[in-house]
Design a protein around this ligand. Structure first.
Ligand code: FES
Ligand SMILES: [Fe+2]
Length: 356
């Protein structure tokens, strides 16, 4: 198989045995594979994406590189090696690769110029929103945008990584599901003895921007980090199959505290799921909040960690592990409209990997 690398000519990429993703919609997409802060200069960081072993590293100029975690010489893992003077040194026979992926030294023949074929296998990578995004192919679109990231009225934080021993699509579908709050997040985002009735809402398919809902309103006993009851209005978006978002309007319900909230109060979450393989993923979040400056980062993260742990415990139980996109395979209710649209959308994009 060949993979096109940017404007370069087709280059053969040796494939590991376990590689099975052939879906253009996933190959030619951007995937968050780490927080920028996870990849320090001089460090080799192994990651898995769509069943492929990759290595991330940052050179002294600050540029992040994403390569196959494989040495062309004898297939050793480059991530087990080290970085010296902005070259990656393979741990097996010490071949050195520079930032352009070219082998610049074969220690057993130090006076010879390494053959042109002696190269690592790079992929495209960019950094946005404090995340490292990589692709195994050639996306025709840019990385999805976290709308609040550059809005000075919002404070932004990262949360995670959360390791889910669960399918990435099932994990995203959980994130965009407002009917699990009273049960999975009982006492926080819903009331088990008094679950919200979900009014019929709309799902829009915005060309190039994915799915979007009209507002879904729920009552939350401790719906945000202030630990006060709120009315919460969610607008969900699925920018890409593994990148979703909500903007949550929060309004304090208690008449005595109502003056503390404003109609413009929003808590927004941008969720990325790194598809490690078909049945496991890593969730990373960027969250944005434009109220309660007294809340510390710890207050925000404590709640995120708790909520995503509750989600993890339930999503890891779902069977079949791969999400069924044939809508006849599970039972969908009017109140699952977004989940249904999400599955239909995955099908329309021709995604087979991680689905049945
Ligand atoms: S396998 Fe990497 S140098 Fe031999
Ligand atoms: Fe949840």
């Amino acid at each position: 198989m060949t993979v096109q690398l940017g404007s370069e000519a087709l280059q053969s990429v040796p494939l590991a045995d376990h590689f099975s993703c052939k879906d253009a919609a996933l190959i030619d997409d951007w995937h968050a594979v780490g927080f920028s802060k996870e990849v320090e200069a001089g460090k080799l960081v192994p990651v898995r994406l769509l069943g492929r072993d990759l290595v991330l590293w940052r050179d002294s100029a600050g540029t992040v590189h994403v390569w196959e975690d494989l040495c062309i010489h004898r297939g050793a893992r480059l991530s087990k090696g080290w970085i010296e003077k902005d070259t990656v040194v393979c741990p097996y026979h010490g071949w050195r690769y520079d930032g352009t992926a070219k082998c610049v030294l074969i220690p057993s023949a130090p006076d010879e110029t390494p053959p042109a074929k002696a190269r690592a296998f790079p992929h495209k990578a960019v950094e946005r929103f404090g995340l490292i995004w990589a692709t195994l192919g050639n996306p025709q679109h840019d990385v999805p945008v976290f709308p609040e990231w550059d809005n000075k009225e919002f404070r932004v934080f990262h949360a995670g990584p959360y390791f889910f021993n669960a399918n990435g699509f099932r994990s995203v579908e959980n994130f965009i599901d407002a009917t699990h709050f009273p049960f999975v997040h009982a006492g926080l985002n819903g009331v088990q003895d008094n679950p919200d009735r979900i009014e019929t809402y709309e799902v829009f398919d915005d060309p190039g921007l994915g799915l979007r809902t009209s507002e879904i309103v729920v009552f939350q006993p401790y719906g945000d980090h202030r630990q006060v009851p709120v009315e919460a209005g969610y607008i969900y978006r699925c920018f890409r199959p593994l990148v979703a978002y909500f903007s949550k309007r929060v309004q304090i319900k208690d008449p005595a505290s109502k003056h503390k909230s404003n109609p413009g109060d929003r808590f927004c979450t941008f969720l990325t799921a790194q598809p490690v393989d078909e049945v496991s993923c890593i969730i990373r979040l960027a969250v944005a909040i434009n109220f309660s400056p007294e809340l510390t980062e710890q207050d925000i993260l404590r709640r995120q960690d708790m909520v995503f742990e509750q989600d993890r415990l339930i999503v890891e139980t779902q069977r079949p592990e791969r999400i069924p996109i044939d809508l006849r395979m599970e039972l969908h209710h009017r109140t699952d409209r977004l989940g249904q649209a999400y599955r239909r959308w995955l099908g329309s994009l021709g995604i087979h990997y991680g689905t049945i």
